[in-house]
Ligand binder design. Structure first.
Ligand SMILES: Nc1ncnc2c1ncn2[C@@H]1O[C@H](COP(=O)(O)OP(=O)(O)O)[C@@H](O)[C@H]1O
Ligand SMILES: [Mg+2]
Length: 488
């Protein structure tokens, strides 16, 4: 028998296997039926004249070092009210006892909590799920949020910012705020329909405000300003939003609108789920246009303040592994061969020269409208090698395409996963070809960034408790590590 050669790639793929099963203490809180059952059993004040529990679900789980922060949305039905009310609970999931740690993480149920359900001070302890929660008060990390969702206060804020942005005659009569995206404790994006007095088509409408915890909005505003000063503002190959200002005190970034009929991610999801040939053709066309838009961003000539390289991103992935390993020590062993493989590959093929990059480019950051695709969300924008955005985008597309199998006939049956990965290879290669018709990029570097991004996404299925994403992301990463272009 010929000797069997075990390559670093085989070792990496084999070591990843245990990532495919989330431990029960982590998975349980993500299952609404488990949460509801536990709440009915342990929460004080439900039923017996108080409100009845209608439903509950964990809308956010975030690992921060040894702490697992949780946000749960609970819907209550009150005996004397027609409408249900929704209460947000925030708190911690306490992982089970680890050898050598003093605290065994146990959560003890307690009786006679004073506050009524939904009221400030309402505490819930769920020992079976190791959860401890209290009613959420205001979002302390986003102090401007109250004003931003208030029509009057936001109208004044927007008017003041527009004056400083070169629209001195703008008078904002009313605004209708709509929260487009809210990540509690992190950031919120609000879209405003503005009524100007007098009305004017020359004024931006809608306008978009985004507030961040910390200073991320400054980076975004500065990057958008640098990009807006280039030919990109013509909107020919790529549309970007006009930067309208940044308020240091409130951490508020204001920008103009880009057309949005559809998010590319949603089109991709529908096309992959239905496998409708018309939608898949449509997706191909939009992917091609997106590649050209990305090339336009990269060739803008703008100099952005921050710089990012592969080494920084591997270091971030390693920190994430270290953080998770505080709770699940074996995890470091599962991850190490992949990290070593990617670092070795990075040393083998040099990076291309840096260009003005998005640095979190994915199908969710592309809005489709009548003209060229719009690229949004410059929170992480930096100078980086072109393969970074190209590789991440391809990884993102795969992370939409494979999970779309879940509800179809046969689910993740092996032959279906195989066929889906082949289709994605084809679409990703077409994306790369279209990009290269306008700008240079080294294919091996694209494969490298793509694998790193898929690896980080797999880690996040753990940090965020994404039980439904574990299987498809692991399958996708293994496939990607097998790409012959990945330098070995
Ligand atoms: N300039 C814009 N024009 C129109 N809609 C926007 C604009 N910026 C953001 N949005 C809307 O807000 C949503 C969230 O914005 P984004 O900046 O991507 O936030 P996040 O950092 O949470 O991903 C987008 O998906 C889009 O629907
Ligand atoms: Mg975004």
């Amino acid at each position: 028998m010929p000797p069997v050669t075990v390559t670093p790639h085989d070792r990496a793929v084999a070591a990843l296997e245990p990532f495919g099963t989330l431990p029960d203490w982590l998975a349980a809180v993500m299952r609404p039926e488990r949460l509801e059952e536990s709440l009915r059993r342990h929460a004080t004040g439900l039923g017996d004249g108080g409100p009845a529990l209608v439903s509950a679900e964990t809308d956010q789980l975030r690992a921060k070092g040894e702490r697992w922060l949780v946000r749960v949305l609970v819907t209550l039905a009150w005996p004397d009210r027609d409408e249900h009310s929704e209460v947000a609970l925030v708190g911690e999931l306490h992982p089970p006892h680890l050898p050598g740690r003093a605290d065994d993480g146990a959560v003890v149920a307690s009786e006679g909590e004073p506050a009524r359900p939904g009221e400030p001070g309402w505490r819930v302890r769920l020992p079976d799920l190791r959860l401890e929660l209290t009613a959420e008060e205001s979002d302390g990390a986003l102090p401007s949020l109250g004003d931003l969702v208030d029509p009057d206060a936001s109208a004044r804020l927007i008017e003041g910012m527009l004056h400083d942005a070169g629209y001195p005659s703008a008078r904002v009569a009313t605004t209708v705020p709509t929260v487009a995206r809210y990540k509690p404790g992190s950031r919120c994006t609000i879209v405003y329909d503005v009524t100007y007095d007098p009305p004017s088509a020359a004024l931006p409408n809608p306008v978009i405000a985004k507030t961040h915890q910390g200073e991320k909005g400054v980076r975004s505003h500065e990057a958008m300003t640098a990009l807006w000063a280039t030919a990109l503002s013509s909107g020919d190959a790529a549309v970007i939003a006009e930067p309208l200002g940044y308020l240091v005190d409130g951490h508020i970034q204001l920008q103009g609108p880009v057309p949005e009929d559809r998010i590319l991610k949603d089109l991709a999801h529908e096309a992959f789920q239905t496998e409708d040939p018309v939608l898949l053709d449509d997706l191909r066309l939009h992917l091609r246009a997106t590649a050209l838009a990305l090339a336009a961003l990269h060739t803008s000539g703008a100099e952005l303040g921050a710089t990012v390289g592969f080494g920084d991103e591997v270091a971030d992935a390693r920190s994430l592994v270290d953080e998770l390993a505080r709770t699940v020590p074996d995890l470091a062993r599962w991850a190490e061969p992949t990290l070593t493989l990617l670092e070795a590959a990075d040393r083998r093929i040099p990076a291309d020269p840096q260009v003005s990059s998005h640095n979190s480019f994915s199908p969710a950051q592309v809005l489709l409208g009548p003209g060229a695709p719009a690229i949004i969300d410059f929170d992480s924008a930096a100078m980086g090698e072109p393969a970074m955005d190209v590789g991440r985008f391809r990884a993102g597309l795969r992370c939409v395409g494979v999970p779309a199998l879940a509800k179809g006939p046969g689910g993740y049956r092996e032959d279906r996963v195989r066929a889906r990965l082949d289709l994605l290879d084809d679409l990703c290669d077409a994306f790369l070809d279209a990009y290269r018709s306008r700008a240079p990029v080294t294919s091996e570097r694209v494969a490298l960034w793509e694998s790193l991004d898929l690896f980080t996404s797999l880690l996040h299925t753990w940090t965020k408790g994404r039980i439904e994403k574990v299987t498809p992301r692991l399958a996708t990463l293994r496939h990607s590590l097998g790409n012959p272009l990945l330098p070995s």
